[in-house]
Design a binder for this molecule. Structure first.
Ligand SMILES: Nc1nc2c(ncn2[C@@H]2O[C@H](COP(=O)(O)OP(=O)(O)OP(=O)(O)O)[C@@H](O)[C@H]2O)c(=O)[nH]1
Ligand SMILES: [Mg+2]
Length: 446
């Protein structure tokens, strides 16, 4: 027997209104027990009712309730929604009363969405989009999640799958009736489909990871010598006092991360320990903690989408370790522009001051351009997870193999495999093992 699940669907804590959602075969039963409504109440309509504790007969709250009858609900099951006053006492009593109802239990993380998927209300990419939308911090993240929730990725992958299925049907017919063997038919009907698809897959995959970066955040790291002014810059960009600033070289040790919304792009900005690689040598007298900080800084710089190389304007020589990190994903900047800049550098550099804010707007503009260059707007659908990428790569490889297959049976097998890999993304094939991964990072009530 399918259990009926319940959970607080809105945020925790006090609120004007909180929503508790109940889904499963007994949802109507518990609703009629707790409310004064009969079981023929109008569907998808708000009803004002008094909720009563069936044991003590005490009032739980005055509430607005809605009932959605299977299959016309988010989960595809019978669903009841209780809109109650968002008070901890109301919540505690209502949840306890629900728990006492037959076959009711608290929902697991992501369980409502998972039931929606299992009942065919959405495919896996749409289920993932529910979570992305809930977690969206910026407008562009939100747009990307909405597009995916609207079936953007599903339509793309199912469209590809349909085309492959047609080619597969042709190949199977060809195997079935070898007498009418028509080798030309295969090269006419099948190979162009495989070629086109491989081309489209390549295009889709060589997207600079834009969908993933938009979902996870664009990683920027500030790198420079000790005392260059890295932590001061982080604080200015964060508009708050996050990192400790001092004139002692080697102040920052751990990587300090802040989240920024830059024109709708989610940015994760990290401040790091000043690069002083002589500290890395394992001699006595060297500070092990600082050495560890420097290792972390270098590692983070390697993973970042963009590096801000900060040169100390009070020094004459640019720091050689910072210099060695220049590449196409870096912006070089000079600090302490409010003082006389001592630095002699081959090319003109953007000068900034964390004291007067000089150059900060230009720096933000430069960063914005770099991000845009890398991930563009959110105008087309992009894959948003490593999981999608891995299956698409496998699909591509299967198609590549199919084209080299020497026997028609092998060609058929590879095309079947390619379809299977696409099906794993949308959840159209048996994906038990994928499900736990997909729903793991949901929170309860979703
Ligand atoms: N005049 C001036 N001083 C600055 C500026 N930025 C930083 N400083 C000073 O430079 C010193 C070092 O600043 P921090 O921001 O701690 O430098 P850091 O690069 O984080 O140093 P470490 O954490 O040790 O690697 C402090 O005394 C700051 O007040 C600036 O724009 N103008
Ligand atoms: Mg610092």
């Amino acid at each position: 027997m399918v259990e009926t699940i319940y959970a607080l669907a809105s945020g925790r804590g006090r609120a004007g209104v909180s929503v508790i959602r109940v889904s499963g075969p007994q949802a109507l039963h518990s609703l009629t027990r707790l409310s004064s409504l009969g079981d023929n109440l109008a569907r998808r309509t708000a009803h004002l009712t008094t909720l009563t504790n069936p044991v003590s007969r005490e009032t739980i709250d005055k509430a607005l309730v809605l009932f959605f009858e299977s299959p016309n609900s988010f989960t595809g099951e019978d669903v009841a929604e209780y809109h109650v006053h968002g008070s901890p006492a109301v919540m505690e009593e209502l949840l306890a009363c629900l728990d006492a109802q037959p076959n009711h239990r608290a929902a697991l993380p992501g369980e409502f969405t998972r039931r929606g998927f299992e009942n065919g209300k959405m495919d896996l990419t749409e289920a993932e989009a529910v979570n992305d939308l809930i977690n969206a911090q910026t407008q562009l993240q939100k747009l990307q999640a909405l597009r995916q929730l609207d079936g953007g990725l599903k339509q793309l992958y199912e469209g590809w799958s349909e085309r492959l299925k047609k080619a597969l049907a042709y190949l199977e017919a060809d195997l079935e009736f070898p007498d009418e063997d028509d080798a030309e038919g295969v090269s006419r009907e099948v190979y162009p489909v495989l070629d086109d698809l491989m081309h489209e897959l390549r295009e889709h995959l060589s997207d600079n990871r834009r969908g993933e970066i938009l979902r996870d955040g664009f990683q920027i790291v500030i790198i420079g010598a000790p005392n260059a002014g890295k932590s001061s810059l982080l604080n200015v960009l964060a508009k708050r006092d996050v990192a400790i600033v001092s004139d002692i070289a080697g102040t920052t040790r751990d990587v300090i991360e802040i989240h920024l919304d830059l024109n709708g792009y989610p940015v994760i900005l990290s401040d790091t320990a000043g690069l002083r690689p002589d500290q890395l040598a394992e001699e006595s007298g060297h500070d092990q903690i600082e050495a560890e900080g420097i290792k972390r800084a270098i590692k983070r710089a390697g993973e970042a989408d963009l590096k801000i190389l900060l040169y100390d304007g009070a020094q004459k020589e640019p720091d050689p370790y910072t210099l060695s990190m220049i590449d196409e994903n870096s912006i070089a900047v000079v600090s302490k522009a409010d003082q006389d800049i001592q630095l002699e550098y081959g090319a003109p550099l953007l000068q900034i001051s964390s004291k007067t804010n000089q150059g900060i707007d230009q720096l933000l503009k430069l960063i914005g351009e770099k991000i845009k260059e890398r991930i563009g707007g959110a105008e087309s659908v992009s894959l948003t997870r490593v999981r999608h990428r891995a299956s698409l790569e496998q699909c591509y490889q299967a198609l590549e193999r199919s084209k080299q297959a020497e026997l028609p049976e092998l060609l058929v097998e590879d095309v079947r495999l390619a379809i299977r890999h696409l099906g794993q993304i949308t959840g159209r094939v048996d994906v038990e093992d994928v499900l736990d991964v997909v729903f793991r990072d949901f929170c309860i009530g979703k």
